[in-house]
Design a binder for this molecule. Structure first.
Ligand SMILES: [Zn+2]
Length: 77
């Protein structure tokens, strides 16, 4: 009796599964989230992250353009 209990525990432990990338809960393979709530929170975080990197890119581009415009003036003076 105790043997079958152990076997069921073992098979359960090695059952293929993934973990929700938001909260870490065990989920079946082929899924990324345990619930639509986690999916929404993940997509929201992803959007804000990409927006932040876009702002950083624009700032770097502006600084580079200003440097390119100012460098000849500084060299000439
Ligand atoms: Zn989750």
């Amino acid at each position: 009796m105790s043997k079958s209990w152990k076997e069921s525990l073992k098979s359960r432990r090695y059952e293929p599964h993934k973990h929700c990338i938001v909260c870490g809960r065990a989920i079946p393979l082929g899924q990324d989230f345990c619930s639509t709530e986690c999916k929404e929170s993940y997509t929201k975080a992803d959007k804000s992250k990409s927006r932040k990197s876009t702002i950083q890119f624009v700032v770097i581009a502006v600084v580079m353009v200003v440097m390119i415009l100012l460098l000849p003036k500084l060299a000439g003076a």
